[in-house]
Ligand binder design. Structure first.
Ligand code: HEC
Ligand code: HEC
Length: 291
């Protein structure tokens, strides 16, 4: 009896020991992933021809202002105790400390001016921005008056650490390869501009190849082949108002359209529509020929 109890005691101690070891393992793996830095590549930006006005337009349509705030003074992105708290930083204050090169590396490579690999900031889609576009964005950031306060850096709760340890919650440099390896379908030179808009702006939520994905638990974005069933006026209405054909109610897409895509010029809307229709037609023809 005593012996049995003693064995049970050893068993429990063993279980508790394993739990401690597992927690230490998760902590260690997460700390390792968080501390891993990536050496930034040199950027080739040309500030001489940069335009703050073009940069402002891009910051509106590419959803920068949606996350970093209308005046770029930062805003809360996520506050889930247990998971993480994460702010989109005050870029007017970051710009005071960071060089143009460092800002470009943050935007296109996902590496902050302090050398940290960034989370959430959609650099893996912005990686496709041209030198001109990045330069315009930097000119816009620098044109805004400095103000507001510095927001705290990211903190992870236990679930956040498990997510990082298991690779479910990845930094932008770690996600880059996926975007390079699964790009949006190329449908020819006449749709280069529309494809560029889709790859740099829509891909953040609709996946690198625009086939749709779970954006956050319970919210799924569709494959953008749906645009094949839209006419031009319906597509323009979705971009301007967030209202899809048939009077349905969208959620994340409605807010994103109203805040950001309503700033697209008519020409940009046409370019996107032309590309997404051509992509849908190409993919439909492909699946018809294989079935
Ligand atoms: C989905 C939200 C989101 C969008 C959209 C977004 N950002 Fe960010 N950005 C963040 C977050 C969050 C961070 C901080 C990430 C971290 O600390 O790991 C960040 C960091 C940055 C940094 C790095 C600051 C530093 O410390 O060096 C720059 C620069 C930046 N963003 C510029 C931009 C620009 C320009 C755009 C638009 C082209 C943009 N962001 C769009 C969320 C966003
Ligand atoms: C911030 C995330 C986000 C971005 C960026 C985004 N979308 Fe969406 N989109 C969604 C989500 C999520 C849905 C599913 C409906 C919902 O929950 O709002 C959706 C739905 C759609 C739909 C289907 C509407 C319907 O008929 O049901 C279309 C078309 C669409 N998006 C086009 C685009 C285009 C074009 C872009 C780029 C200019 C884009 N989206 C960028 C999140 C996004």
């Amino acid at each position: 009896m005593v012996k049995a109890l003693r064995w049970a005691g050893y068993g429990l101690a063993g279980v508790a020991g394993l739990a401690v070891l597992a927690a230490a393992g998760v902590w260690g793996m997460s700390a390792y992933a968080l501390s891993r830095t990536v050496e930034p590549r040199p950027e080739h930006i040309v500030m001489a021809g940069a335009s703050a006005a073009r940069g402002q337009h891009l910051a509106q349509t590419a959803t920068c202002l949606d996350c970093h705030g209308q005046d770029l003074r930062g805003s809360k992105f996520l506050e889930e105790p247990g998971l993480a708290t994460l702010n989109a930083p005050n870029l007017t204050l970051v710009a005071a400390k960071a060089s143009d090169e460092q800002l470009a590396q943050a935007i296109r490579q996902g590496i902050g001016h302090d050398g940290r690999s960034l989370f959430i900031m959609p650099s893996s889609t912005y990686a496709a921005f041209t030198d001109q576009e990045v330069s315009d964005l930097i000119a816009f950031i620098r044109s805004l008056p400095r103000g507001g306060s510095e927001l705290p850096k990211m903190t992870l709760g236990p679930i956040g650490h498990i997510g990082v340890a298991l690779g479910k919650f990845q930094t932008q440099p770690a996600l880059m390869a996926r975007y390079r390896e699964h790009p949006a379908l190329d449908v020819g030179p006449q749709h280069v501009a529309g494809r560029h808009l889709a790859m740099t702006i829509c891909a953040d939520c609709h996946a690198s190849d625009l086939t749709g994905q779970e954006v956050k638990p319970g919210t799924v974005s569709p494959d953008l082949t749906v645009v094949g069933s839209y006419d031009k006026a319906q597509f323009a209405a979705l971009m301007k108002t967030g209202l899809p054909p048939g009077g349905r109610h969208l959620q994340m897409m409605k807010d994103t359209s109203r805040n950001s895509f309503s700033h697209f010029t008519d020409q940009e809307v046409e370019q996107l529509f032309g590309y997404l229709q051509a992509r849908a037609a190409r993919l439909q023809a492909r699946s018809a020929s294989t079935s």
